[in-house]
Design a protein around this ligand. Structure first.
Ligand code: SD4
Length: 308
């Protein structure tokens, strides 16, 4: 049964993130504040090696973060390739609230953050540095294919705790007053090229919110998500009447259609929430989980996938 308020987010760590978001939603707070609060949990957790502090670095050993946030009125803010700031989602929110722009990247984003009181911190933990140094031994500095595979291949997992430990958080919330918002934050693909930006901070690709219809977010190999403008596609499919899950499935199928052989080798997962509080997800590969929290339910769900 559809519920409101409700919050959904990607992967196992979505559960703890939802709990933080719920502290805002249960007091009839704004969905926007809820998602900003919620995603800070994995951002600040050094054991989550794919988001914020403790994230796996790029191939040069630099932790570069991507994040964006969007509210119920098409207001949005984004930071790309931001270094040294533990909570990029808070900087994205400030870009939205305090500047005439939507995106700040790299050096400019860092300067904006520092000018607004954020502290410069080393985000590369000794553990993440060790993974990078081990990777450097065998990487030859360029196996893009392997980077993609590492996203879901448990047998080839470079990080402890299995695949649960290395993916983006995308969070979508519907508050008590019926307003939708979303946030998405990541350290991006492990061992990516310096300067590489994924789908996560790109409005329409990694995240989209349209309060008339619903919201969607993405995780997995960002290049494939950007190509089909995944989150926006899903919202438009929901506008045409698809359920959240059917819309996510159609977006996954579009990725397969372009390059079926490649689609077998990579992971992409989509998560969507509509205006009525109905949610759904779909992934290329088995193993994509998402967390749901409302007054009536709190659970972790394994998304249906094309490949087993
Ligand atoms: C990216 N979509 O940077 C992110 C990475 C991710 O599961 O979601 N990994 O492409």
């Amino acid at each position: 049964k559809p519920a409101k308020p409700i919050v959904v987010s990607t992967w196992d760590f979505g559960k703890a993130a939802n709990a933080a978001a719920w502290t805002v939603l249960e007091k009839n707070g704004r969905a926007l504040d809820a998602v900003e609060t919620g995603v800070q949990v994995p951002e600040g957790d050094p054991l989550v090696r794919s988001v914020g502090y403790g994230g796996i670095p790029d191939r040069d050993g630099r932790v570069t973060l991507d994040a964006c946030i969007m509210d119920d009125q098409y207001n949005c803010g984004s930071v790309m390739c931001l270094e040294y700031i533990k909570h990029p989602i808070k900087v994205a929110r400030l870009v939205m609230d305090k500047t005439p722009h939507i995106i700040l990247a790299g050096e400019g984003a860092l300067r904006f953050a520092l000018a607004n009181g954020f502290q410069k911190e080393n985000l590369l933990t000794p553990e993440s540095e060790k993974y990078w140094r081990d990777w450097m031994k065998t990487s030859n500095y360029s196996p893009v294919k392997n980077i993609e595979n590492q996203l879901y291949d448990k047998t080839n997992d470079p990080m402890p705790g299995g695949k649960d430990n290395h993916d983006t958080i995308g969070m979508l919330a519907l508050d008590a007053s019926g307003k939708l918002s979303g946030a998405c934050t990541t350290s991006g693909l492990a061992y990516k090229m310096q300067g590489r930006v994924g789908d996560s901070p790109i409005i329409g690709a990694g995240l989209y919110v349209d309060n008339e219809v619903g919201a969607a977010t993405a995780t997995g190999v960002g290049e494939e998500v950007i190509r089909i403008v995944g989150a926006h596609l899903i919202v438009e499919l929901m506008r045409q009447g698809r359920s959240p899950q059917a819309a996510c499935k159609e977006a996954v199928e579009r990725i397969i259609k372009r390059n079926p052989a490649k689609a077998k080798d990579i992971q992409v997962g989509f998560l969507a929430l509509n205006k009525n509080g109905e949610y759904g997800a779909y992934a290329l590969q088995q193993g994509f989980t998402f967390a749901v929290k409302s007054a009536s339910e709190e659970k972790l769900i394994s998304a249906t996938s094309v490949y087993k």
